[in-house]
Unconditional design. Structure first.
Length: 184
């Protein structure tokens, strides 16, 4: 039987893992975050023609080049990224989440949110923190969905692509991630 001490120990270990990992994904300077974000977006475009075609229609792209996720019963993730519009960085954001349940492991990944509508842009710019899955409609594009998507069928507020997955942890979800504007 799992006791309160076991749960507390798992929670403390998870917090240490997540905060230790968070310091590794925090960019030291705005220039580094710009470089990493633009490089990640270019790599996503090279590897995914659908992302590139959607990017040409998007009003802006909110990209997080590296999110680190760790969990042992309790889990969390953190990463920093940039809002890119017209090829230039407009602002910086963090992405963080917390979870609990049957989970163990650690992984890193990146994700890009292509903001397609004025509603999505306004929500990101005016909110004090945006929880993905609340507010503008976000469609996560996986390999199956990408086959059925074209620039003429785009109708949702935002499209999300997850890329660069590394590590050992089952499943990735950005729903519930809190996206918050940060200063750099």
């Amino acid at each position: 039987m799992i006791s309160a001490r076991h749960i507390l120990a798992a929670f403390i270990i998870t917090i240490a893992l997540v905060f230790g990992a968070a310091t590794q994904v925090r960019a030291d300077t705005a220039a580094e975050l710009d470089r990493d974000s633009h490089n990640a977006l270019a790599k996503l475009y090279r590897n995914n023609a659908t992302a590139e075609s959607i990017g040409k229609k998007a009003k802006a792209v909110l990209i997080f080049p590296k999110i680190v996720k760790a969990g042992l019963v309790f889990g969390g993730s953190y990463g920093e990224g940039a809002l890119i519009m017209g090829g230039k960085t407009q602002a910086y954001y963090s992405s963080a989440s917390a979870s609990w349940g049957l989970q163990a492991g650690a992984q890193s990944y990146g994700y890009a949110l292509f903001l397609m509508t004025d509603k999505a842009m306004e929500y990101v710019n005016k909110s004090k923190g945006w929880e993905v899955g609340v507010g503008p409609t976000v469609v996560i594009v996986d390999a199956g969905a990408a086959k059925n998507l074209s620039t003429s069928t785009l109708k949702d507020d935002a499209y999300g692509f997850i890329f660069g997955q590394q590590g050992l942890m089952a499943g990735i979800s950005i729903e519930g991630s809190k996206v918050t504007k940060i200063k750099r």
